[in-house]
Design a protein around this ligand. Structure first.
Ligand code: F6R
Length: 366
């Protein structure tokens, strides 16, 4: 059942080339410049004309929502708010019929997310679900939705569901941008073609597994970790930190790299490993200066970089390479080494990676 892998989590990490391809199958046809999400068809008008997109979710699914905020605003120019379902449901939020609400949930059973949906529905908003479990409560409570088709996720720590959620949200953002005319036809087709290469690039990223295992051995006894990224990689930093803390029980914080100097920089000394996501994108130069700041304080640097990077390689203690892609698609690649890093560290610490203490796969109580 674990397909030869020692744990479900590792199996699910390695399934990602296939699960992302499954998620795009029948939807993305780059050759013919076509992208169709069946669930969106009847609601495209509402979506296109929405005043605002509100995304609600918990945990890792909330991180996928943060990536979507960057995607929707970049491609479709509609303002986005990303809300923890638990906060949203209790604060009497301003919601109207012109809002398009997207609820993201792997299990489709998360109590807070379900309650947030009911609230938004009662105010007349359109609710769209991005769920993995077919026929789940959230899938049934929404007006429409698109399944992530990642297949059953058994490991409590979400991995392949996260990349499938981002894949669906990416397709939604591209469709929306194209329909609204905020994304030109040529750019659209170019992005569709690039999106199609992602499963293969995930496959290539997975080849780093042995390197990451070696690095993990060096850091398995760390007491704390900091994860830093900017732009599309800011949510990835949050997700990397969550993966590490939930399965290895090492305290980890994710931050937007620029926020470091507003507090967390005080934590940095030779005992503090800092994971930078420093791929070649619009914020690359800025991240490089943040790396210098950490280096000057003797922090240990593990950096996720774009293949062929030499600048960060010269500064970091360790680099993990991901293939080059469109900036908006980087999270689908940059999160992979972070999943693998947390996995190996947890295994080396003797933790039960598939069933971490105190956690459940679906959180059906608030
Ligand atoms: C983290 C994790 C949790 C879930 C959260 C939401 O690895 O698994 O943070 O992401 O409980 O669950 P779903 O997506 O089922 O609503």
């Amino acid at each position: 059942e674990k397909g030869g892998y020692e744990h479900f989590m590792l199996k699910e990490i390695f399934e990602q080339p296939r699960s992302i391809a499954d998620c795009m199958r029948g939807r993305l046809d780059a050759k013919n410049g076509r992208l169709v999400l069946g669930g969106l068809r009847d609601y495209m008008n509402k979506f296109q004309n929405a005043d605002r997109i509100i995304i609600t979710a918990c945990g890792t699914s909330w991180h996928a929502g943060l990536v979507a905020e960057y995607l929707f605003e970049e491609f479709a120019r509609i303002p986005v708010e990303v809300e923890y379902a638990s906060e949203f449901r209790y604060r009497n939020p301003v919601i109207s019929e012109k809002d398009f609400v997207i609820a993201i949930s792997q299990s489709g059973e998360t109590a807070d997310t379900l309650a947030a949906i009911e609230l938004a529905k009662s105010k007349g908003a359109t609710i769209f679900g991005v769920c993995n479990v077919v026929g789940s409560s959230i899938a049934r409570a929404t007006h429409a939705g698109s399944y992530t088709h990642a297949g059953p996720e058994i490991g409590v720590a979400s991995t392949k569901a996260f990349t499938a959620q981002i894949s669906v949200l990416t397709m939604m953002a591209l469709m929306l941008g194209y329909q609204r005319g905020t994304l030109t036809e040529s750019k659209y087709v170019q992005l569709l073609n690039e999106l199609e290469t992602i499963p293969g690039k995930v496959e290539r990223t997975l080849k780093m597994n042995p390197n990451i295992e070696a690095i993990s051995a060096e850091y398995k006894n760390a007491r704390n970790f900091l994860y830093l990224g900017r732009g599309y990689n800011f949510p990835v930093a949050l997700e990397g930190a969550l993966k590490l803390k939930e399965i290895s029980y090492i305290h980890a914080e994710g931050y937007p790299a620029a926020e470091m100097k507003h507090g967390p920089i005080a934590l940095i000394d030779e005992e503090m490993p800092v994971v930078f996501i420093a791929t070649k994108d619009n914020s690359y130069e800025k991240v490089v200066s943040n790396i210098q700041e950490v280096k000057a304080r003797k922090g240990k640097i593990i950096a996720v970089v774009t293949e062929g990077d030499t600048v960060v390689r010269g500064m970091a203690d360790h680099v993990l390479e991901v293939p080059d892609t469109a900036e908006a698609f980087v999270p689908l690649l940059s999160v992979i080494p972070l999943q693998i890093l947390s996995y190996h560290i947890a295994v080396m610490r003797g933790c039960n990676v598939d069933q971490p203490r105190n956690l459940a796969k679906s959180v059906t109580v608030e």
